[in-house]
Design a protein around this ligand. Structure first.
Ligand SMILES: Cc1cc2nc3c(=O)[nH]c(=O)nc-3n(C[C@H](O)[C@H](O)[C@H](O)COP(=O)(O)OP(=O)(O)OC[C@H]3O[C@@H](n4cnc5c(N)ncnc54)[C@H](O)[C@@H]3O)c2cc1C
Length: 465
C-alpha cells in the first residue's frame, strides 16, 4: 500500500505515524514544502520571546525519529497538482525536474496560511521592510532576523486574537515597545466575552503594551528613513520598526480544490467524520478542512493544533483500512498573556442563540483555592447553558497564571462532550486540598450561580400577572 501525504505539520505527521503503527508494511511518504517537519508552530511565540532559545527544541520529533518510524520525507518539495484519475501527485523541488508520485491512498494536510487583510500598501511590503506574517518556521526566522538587523525597538501588531497577544508578550519580553491594534471593541474577540477580555487587556496595559481596540488600520507605508508608518481610523502611528500582521488564517485549499474537492464552512475542504473527501481514496485533515462540532449541527471552521492532531490520526488510520471517526471539536482553547490566562470551550451566548438554543450566560467569581491559604486569586467564570434543558453549552474563564485555568476549562469541555447539564457539575467528584482548590471547586460554584439565576428568571416569569 502506497500512502502519500502532502504536508508535514501536525496533521500530516500524525497521519503518517498512525498509518505506520497500524500497517508497518505500508510505504508512507510525505511531501513537505519546507524543511521543518513536525515543528510545534504553537511554540513560536516562546522562541521569539527567548524562553525557548534554540528553535530546534520546537521539533516534536527529530527528522531521525520520523524516519525511524518509517516515514519517507521529501523535504523542500511542493505538491503542485493532484490527478485523482491517474492517482498521482506532481511534485516540484528547487533545481530538480517535476516528478509524478503515484499513490493508493492520499492524505492532504496542507494546513492554513496567515491572512493578509486588505490594507493599502501592505501587499508591496514584506520581511525586508520589517512587515511580517507568522505561520511557519521560515516566517519565524524572518521575524527574528528583522528584529536583530533593524535593532528593532518598537512593533505594531495588527490583530488582538490569541496569536497577536502571545506575540505582544513575546516582543515585550524581547524589549520592544509594543502596540496592538484591533478593529473590534475588545481583545480576544473570537474567544471571550468583553467582560473577561477587559481583564486580559488590563494585564497587557500593566506590562506596557499599548492596546487600541475599536481601531482599524487603513494603510501602511515605509518612510524614507526605513521606518514604518501606519494610518489608523484614530490617527497615524508615525514610525515603528516592525509590523506583525496577525489577523487570522485561511485554509490552504488551492491544490485540493483544483483536484475537485469541494469547500464548505470557512472555505475549508469538505470531509466526513472519517476525514474522507469526495474523491475516492483521498483524505484530508487539519487546518485545511472544515471542522465537525460536538454541539453545532453543521461543520464550522476552527483551526487548532489539537484538532489537527486528532484529525490527522484518524485520516492515517482510515487510509490503511480503519474506520475511525472524529468526535468533533468544541474549540477549547487556552492562552497565556503575561500573568493572566484566558480559556474558553463550547459556545458563547450569541453562538448558542444562532444555533437555535435558548441560552443563559451567568457570570461568577470564585477563588482558585481556599482564601485562608496564601496566594488565592479570583477566577472570573462565565457559564452558558440552555435554559429549557439545562444543557451545558459553553464556558469562559480568566484568571491568574497558576490558578489552574486550563485544568478547569478541560473539566468543562469534558462535561460538554458527554452531554452534561449545568446541574450535573456540582455533583462531579473533583479533587480538593486547600492550597489547590475548595470543597466546591470554582466551576461548581459558578454552576450553582447559573442554577440560581435560572430559578430567579423562572420565579419572576411565574410571578408575572
Ligand atoms: C504562532 C502560532 C501559535 C499557535 N498556538 C496554538 C496553540 O497554542 N494551540 C493550538 O491548538 N493551536 C495553535 N496554533 C494553531 C496550530 O499550530 C495549527 O492549527 C496547526 O499547526 C495545524 O496543523 P496542520 O498540519 O493542519 O497545518 P500547518 O501547520 O499549516 O502545516 C501545513 C503543512 O503543509 C505543508 N504544505 C502546504 N502546502 C504544501 C504543498 N503544496 N506541498 C507540500 N507541502 C505543503 C507545509 O509545509 C506544512 O508542513 C498556533 C499557530 C500559530 C501560527
Amino acid at each position: 500500500m502506497r500512502l502519500l501525504i502532502i504536508g508535514g505539520s501536525d496533521a500530516g505527521i500524525m497521519a503518517g505515524l498512525r498509518a505506520r503503527e497500524l500497517d508497518p508494511d505500508a510505504e508512507v511518504r510525505l511531501v513537505v514544502a519546507d524543511a521543518y517537519p513536525n515543528f510545534s508552530i504553537c511554540g513560536i511565540p516562546y522562541h521569539v520571546a527567548g524562553e525557548v532559545p534554540d528553535w530546534r527544541s520546537l521539533a516534536h520529533r527529530t527528522r531521525a525519529d520520523l524516519e525511524k518510524a518509517g516515514l519517507g520525507l521529501l523535504l523542500d518539495h511542493t505538491a503542485t497538482a493532484i490527478d485523482p484519475a491517474s492517482q498521482t501527485v506532481t511534485v516540484a523541488a528547487p533545481g530538480a525536474r517535476s516528478q509524478a508520485l503515484g499513490y493508493d491512498r492520499l492524505i492532504i494536510g496542507t494546513g492554513a496560511t496567515a491572512l493578509r487583510p486588505p490594507i493599502t500598501g501592505l501587499d508591496s511590503l514584506g520581511p525586508a521592510d520589517g512587515v511580517h506574517l507568522l505561520h511557519t518556521m521560515t516566517d519565524t526566522f524572518a521575524l527574528t532576523s528583522s528584529i536583530e538587523k533593524r535593532a528593532a525597538a518598537s512593533a505594531v501588531i495588527i490583530g488582538a486574537g490569541y496569536i497577536g497577544l502571545e506575540m505582544a508578550e513575546a516582543l515585550t519580553r524581547r524589549g520592544l515597545a509594543v502596540t496592538v491594534i484591533e478593529q473590534l471593541g475588545q481583545v480576544l474577540p473570537r474567544t471571550l466575552d468583553p467582560e473577561l477580555a477587559q481583564e486580559i487587556q488590563a494585564e497587557l496595559g500593566r506590562h506596557g503594551v499599548d492596546v487600541r481596540t475599536g481601531t482599524s488600520v487603513g494603510a501602511v507605508r515605509r518612510s524614507p528613513d526605513g521606518r514604518l508608518q501606519i494610518g489608523t481610523s484614530s490617527g497615524t502611528i508615525p514610525g515603528t520598526d516592525l509590523i506583525l500582521v496577525a489577523t487570522g488564517v485561511r485554509p490552504d485549499t488551492t491544490l485540493a480544490a483544483a483536484a475537485g474537492v469541494p469547500t464548505g464552512a470557512g472555505r475549508a475542504l469538505v470531509v466526513d467524520r472519517g476525514m474522507r473527501t469526495h474523491l475516492p481514496g483521498v483524505f484530508a485533515a487539519g487546518d485545511c478542512v472544515h471542522t465537525h462540532h460536538r454541539i453545532l449541527p453543521e461543520p464550522t471552521y476552527l483551526p487548532l493544533g489539537t484538532t489537527a492532531h486528532k484529525q490527522g490520526r484518524i485520516a492515517g488510520e482510515n487510509a490503511v483500512g480503519g474506520d475511525a471517526s472524529f468526535a468533533g471539536t468544541l474549540g477549547t482553547q487556552v492562552v497565556r498573556v503575561f500573568g493572566r490566562i484566558a480559556a474558553a470551550t463550547g459556545l458563547r451566548d450569541h453562538e448558542a442563540r444562532q444555533a437555535g438554543y435558548d441560552p443563559l450566560t451567568v457570570a461568577a467569581v470564585a477563588d482558585d483555592h481556599k482564601a485562608y491559604y496564601p496566594g488565592a486569586t479570583p477566577i472570573q467564570i462565565r457559564i452558558t447553558g440552555d435554559r429549557p434543558t439545562g444543557r451545558l453549552l459553553g464556558a469562559q474563564l480568566a484568571g491568574h497564571y497558576g490558578a489552574e485555568i486550563a485544568k478547569r476549562i478541560d473539566v468543562l469541555a469534558t462535561a460538554i462532550s458527554y452531554g452534561a447539564t449545568v446541574g450535573d457539575l456540582p455533583g462531579l467528584d473533583l479533587s480538593y486540598t486547600p492550597p489547590l482548590g475548595s470543597p466546591w471547586d470554582a466551576i461548581q460554584a459558578a454552576a450553582q450561580a447559573w442554577a440560581a439565576a435560572v430559578r430567579t428568571v423562572s420565579d419572576a416569569a411565574s410571578a408575572a400577572p
